[in-house]
Design a protein around this ligand. Sequence first.
Ligand code: NI
Length: 245
Amino acid sequence: MTFDDGPSPKLTPMLLDMLKQRGIKVTFFVVGQNAAEYPDILKRAAAEGHEIGNHSWNHPQLTHLSAAGVDSQIEQTNAAIRAAIGHNPVLIRPPYGATNAALDRRFNEQYGLKVILWEVDPLDWKYRNSARVEREILNQTKPGSIILSHDIHATTVAAMPDTLDALLAKGYKFVTVSELIAMEKSPPAKPATVAPKAGTPAPGSAAITPPPAPSATPASSDHNTPPPPASPTPSVPATEGSAAR
Ligand code: NI
């Protein structure tokens, strides 16, 4: 489970409470300017076992920026994360899933950041409806899925108790993205981490569906308004934070 665009001063702490009650670990892809504003929330998230990833400084489409512009987005955000939790992130999710092979290579070689997209998208940024968020996540999730959501929308956070409980009831276990990657590198011989429980295939059989290689997977839909490919600017107003909220 991954949450993008925060931290939100009100919603993220509520979400952290829900996760703590259930012993669930997730990954937050934070926007640097929010991370810089609310370092204590990041600090709490990290202390409670969640992973923090880079989601740029202010949510531009990185493929439209100069090399220096990209560097600034990445470095400022890494600095904000480092200031809050004491170390750099190892994951990046480019806003809108907008990236390319050259950028992926640069993130990796220059910053040690692995690009992470997603498989399950409830479009929670678009349809601000908790029941729909829950339904879409439950319908789309398979073992090994990376689920995209946003901890800046009240409807998304309100959907979480029921959504998380339903996934737990199906036997899913939640891990951070780095933990998921580690599991895919060395599949466990014993019952899988994301194994469904009853009435499902025997342990070890397709318990973890490896997500497709991120760089080879064009984001099928975006978690925010997808910028039209032909247009140089996103279709949402580019004012502060608007694209992210
Ligand atoms: Ni985002």
